[in-house]
Design a binder for this molecule. Structure first.
Ligand SMILES: [Zn+2]
Length: 206
């Protein structure tokens, strides 16, 4: 029904999280009927994602491509380098930061296990997490606590249980977010007060 470039746009955009074919079609026509400058700005923003961003090799958060190799969390000596908070995705980190109570480091897993997985998903930064903890085993920067700040969902639980078993072998204190987050919710959408409470009431996994 639609001309090929619009069909193509819809195919590509409906692969994005939270966007279905109908919304993608609406976007296509909104952009097409809007000012050229909006499309130019969007093109530039997409290109900048490739050119201007790189990934912190410690926690896997995105950083500006300006010569730094570490993000402003990993490179900040004012933060607690003995605690790592494990999150599924960058936007979860942003929500935790906004809550303002956590002052340690992060580790972005890049996803969660799904119920259909028969093996450990290769895209998750789990070996990198183990290396990170192992490499800091001695000295005053030794990791003391790992907080599992994964969403309270079936996928979050599957991932947390696997990580608990794995990290126990490394002899670090493991905690999980405590009360407040309802089952099935997403860390990203938690409000600051709930998240602060969940962080403060975190429970040790023994
Ligand atoms: Zn970092």
């Amino acid at each position: 029904m639609y001309p090929k470039p619009i069909k193509n746009f819809i195919d590509k955009f409906s692969q994005l999280p939270g966007i279905g074919p109908r919304q993608a079609a609406r976007l296509a026509f909104w952009l097409l009927n809007g000012k050229t400058i909006i499309r130019e700005d969007l093109k530039k923003a997409l290109e900048d994602l490739d050119k201007e961003i790189k990934i912190c090799q410690s926690c896997y958060f995105a950083i500006e491509n300006n010569g730094d190799n570490k993000c402003h969390f990993c490179d900040n000596h004012g933060r607690d380098h003995k605690t790592i908070c494990i999150v599924e995705k960058e936007t979860d980190l942003a929500t935790i930061e906004k809550a303002g109570v956590y002052k340690g480091l992060y580790h972005i897993l890049g996803g969660l296990f799904s119920a259909l997985d028969t093996a450990i998903p290769k895209n998750l930064k789990i070996p990198e997490l183990v290396n990170r903890i192992e490499n800091k085993k001695s000295g005053d920067k030794k990791i003391k606590e790992v907080i599992l700040a994964l969403s309270p969902t079936h996928e979050g639980d599957l991932t947390a249980h696997y990580l608990e078993r794995l990290l126990k072998l490394l002899k670090v204190k493991i905690t999980r977010l405590g009360r407040g987050l309802p089952y099935g919710s997403d860390v990203e959408f938690a409000d600051a007060q709930t998240l602060s409470g969940a962080l403060e009431s975190r429970k040790e996994i023994k």
